[in-house]
Design a binder for this molecule. Structure first.
Ligand code: SPV
Ligand code: MG
Length: 672
């Protein structure tokens, strides 16, 4: 793509202003002339070849260009007959430099904003800038439209016409047709060299497909008179004050981000909304870098004027606060889960006349690789282990879902719901003794040994990145427990929960229906303290689970134990209940929080399942564990499929309740 700028005219309507230099050297701001602005814009948009036709003040213009130190490649063509010819002849003089390439044809007195240039350059077709919002000018160009194409250009057309500006992008094919006609004009007789080049176009417009590009309220104007100059100067100030907003969750910056930031920055002063850690973790994955680091990273990218916090997936609050002229985004959100967010952006921009600019989304393999590496990093023991503590600090309350295999782990890892313009996913995984045992067809009585339990964890870790909370049953003998702590910590598990029971452990949901013995406080405290002494990092958490309510030992006992376990070094307390309503849990929370505001509290609302996360959070809960729903949902579904096949002597009848095989395959990520 070459740019052709026509500057042979004398600009006599400008009066004094063009007495010593050509019109294109008129200052439109303290630091810019019409020409210097055009050239800087061309350079910013990657154009390297510029052909400038000159006339009067030829050398002044050449010196001006050279003095700008913009590294463009210039060809200056002086129209020797600038006094007696029009720019049709200047184009003819430059013809040999204009063959076999797309051409951006610009009149030397055109002032436009970057977005106009960008839209011209992005156009797949040959086009001319028009303005359908502008009243038809009496003296300037109009374009006659027919079937969506431009049929005639001239100052004399008013019917079916729109205001048009001499700023064109001409694809090679159309340009050749027009240029050939210009050549015919200039070679046949002297008088045909003194008309607008558009006259030649009008004769070949049937063959030369030229489309209007509507610039509407954007700055795109010619300067013919001192009055035009005054108006354009004001509009330049306005255009240069335009603001742009983008939002980012990225923690690894790659060339795709830089490229879209560069494009956005050309449209105006760019503000970047960096999504908070909580939002990123909710809709994508846990960020490798915390918000503060990501903020600094974006602040240091050239073209970024300001970085602000965006604390929801929704842009609404920030758009209303900053009222950017443009919001820039990839076009990947036109469909999919971000569509509601996009729709809201469009609606908010509409309220004050802002514009959404979307660029084609580039999902290149190398970017996918980076994302895979980020996920691999999150799955590493050190990174994974510490993330539970960080998530609790960050969100106040986190949720964990049961997983007992690689597949259920993947479901907990990847299930996301999009709700009310936001998104939700589980923060962690719970490796339940009940479900791990059930998956192996064994009772939940500490029969499945630690080697097997660790194998389950390993299977889950192999395919996931989320933090793991391990159900350690009673923790076994203190002498054994210390080894379990070390092993789990080394593997990258974040928390072990041990319950204050002793002897043959039975599942808590049996309550007092079976014989169960609660450990004495002293013994259990010693186990906790030994575990804390054994661990090597500060990240790993030992949570003491209180069974007093399950075993109907009373609230006082539960609270006494909680205080003692915290004193012994427990990093968190789990309070369990098998009541249908959360009253006793709420009572415990109220009383415990009255004396201890900080130690995290874990709950397992299996029997009192109507309670909401919001209610639990309001009562001071920090971790909510959904302890067995994967297993309980899976078993009847599998049982049903087995029965249907037995009843029908074939599988067809159960196809409807089965996931298509294609979808099952997609659940499992493949290494490439
Ligand atoms: C488990 O999931 O194994 C638990 C929680 O320990 S509960 O089944 O409620 O006891
Ligand atoms: Mg258990």
């Amino acid at each position: 793509m070459k740019a052709l700028i026509l500057n042979s005219g004398k600009g006599s309507r400008m009066g004094e202003l063009t007495s010593e230099h050509p019109k294109c050297m008129t200052e439109i701001s303290a630091s810019e002339t019409i020409l210097s602005r055009q050239l800087a814009q061309l350079w910013a948009y990657g154009i390297q070849e510029v052909i400038i036709t000159t006339g009067l003040f030829d050398s002044v213009l050449v010196d001006h260009c050279r003095g700008l130190h913009i590294p463009l490649h210039y060809t200056f063509i002086k129209n020797p007959k600038y006094e007696s010819t029009n720019y049709i002849y200047s184009i003819y003089c430059a013809k040999k430099y204009l063959l076999d390439d797309d051409v951006l044809l610009i009149h030397g007195d055109m002032v436009f904003e970057n977005f106009v240039l960008e839209r011209l350059l992005d156009s797949e077709k040959s086009c001319m800038a028009v303005n359908t919002d502008m009243p038809l000018p009496t003296k300037d160009f109009k374009a006659v439209l027919q079937d969506g194409r431009i049929k005639k250009i001239g100052i004399e057309y008013f019917d079916s016409a729109v205001a048009a500006m001499p700023l064109y992008k001409l694809k090679k094919r159309e340009w050749k047709i027009w240029l050939d006609q210009i050549t015919i004009y200039c070679e046949r007789n002297e008088s045909d060299r003194n008309c607008y080049a558009e006259k030649a176009f009008n004769e070949v417009s049937d063959k030369c497909a030229l489309y209007p590009l509507d610039v509407r309220n954007m700055l795109c104007a010619e300067i013919d008179t001192p009055e035009d100059l005054r108006e354009v100067r004001n509009r330049v100030i306005e255009a240069d004050d335009r603001t742009v907003y983008m939002s980012f969750s990225a923690d690894i910056i790659h060339s795709g981000h830089i490229s879209i930031i560069r494009k956005a920055a050309r449209l105006g002063k760019l503000t970047i909304g960096v999504l908070t850690d909580e939002v990123v973790a909710g809709y994508k994955r846990f960020p490798l870098l915390p918000y503060e680091e990501r903020k600094i990273m974006f602040e240091n990218i050239i073209g970024v004027c300001r970085v602000v916090e965006q604390d929801t997936l929704s842009y609404k609050a920030n758009l209303e606060k900053y009222r950017p002229d443009y919001v820039v985004h990839g076009d990947d959100w036109v469909t999919g889960f971000l569509k509601p967010v996009r729709d809201e952006v469009v609606a908010v921009l509409d309220t004050y006349g802002g514009t959404l600019v979307e660029y084609p989304y580039r999902s290149e393999q190398k970017y996918k690789e980076l994302e895979k590496r980020a996920r691999a990093e999150l799955s590493m023991p050190d990174a994974r282990r510490k993330r539970l503590r960080r998530s609790i600090e960050m969100k106040g309350m986190v949720t964990a879902m049961e997983a007992h295999s690689g597949l259920t782990g993947l479901l907990v890892e990847n299930t996301v719901v999009y709700q009310d313009g936001g998104s939700r996913q589980f923060d962690a995984m719970w490796v339940s003794s009940l479900c791990d045992s059930t998956a192996k067809g064994k009772p939940d009585i500490e029969l499945v040994d630690m080697t097997s339990r660790l194998r389950t964890i390993d299977e889950i870790m192999d395919v996931t990145t989320k933090p793991i909370i391990f159900d350690g049953d009673t923790g076994g003998l203190t002498e054994h427990f210390v080894y379990t702590v070390r092993t789990l910590e080394r593997m990258g598990v974040s928390m072990i929960i041990i319950e204050d029971k002793t002897g043959l452990k039975k599942n808590s949901l049996f309550g007092t229906e079976v014989a169960q013995t609660q450990d004495d406080i002293e013994n259990f405290c010693e186990k906790i303290a030994a575990g804390k002494r054994a661990q090597k990092t500060d990240d790993f958490m030992i949570c003491a689970r209180i069974e007093s309510l399950i075993l109907e030992k009373g609230m006082e006992d539960a609270l006494t134990r909680a205080a003692a376990y915290v004193q012994a070094g427990a990093d968190a307390i789990m309070i369990h209940s098998r009541k249908k309503d959360p009253a006793e849990i709420f009572e415990f929370l109220r009383k415990f929080r009255a004396v201890n505001a900080t130690v995290p509290i874990v709950v397992v609302p299996t029997s009192y399942s109507t309670v909401t996360e919001e209610e639990l959070k309001a009562h001071g809960v920090n971790v909510v564990i959904y302890a067995n729903q994967m297993t309980r949902a899976g078993v009847p579904a599998m049982q049903n499929a087995a029965k249907i096949i037995l009843e029908n002597h074939r599988a067809a009848e159960c196809d409807d309740i089965c996931m298509p095989f294609r979808d099952i395959i997609h659940l499992i990520p493949e290494e490439v």
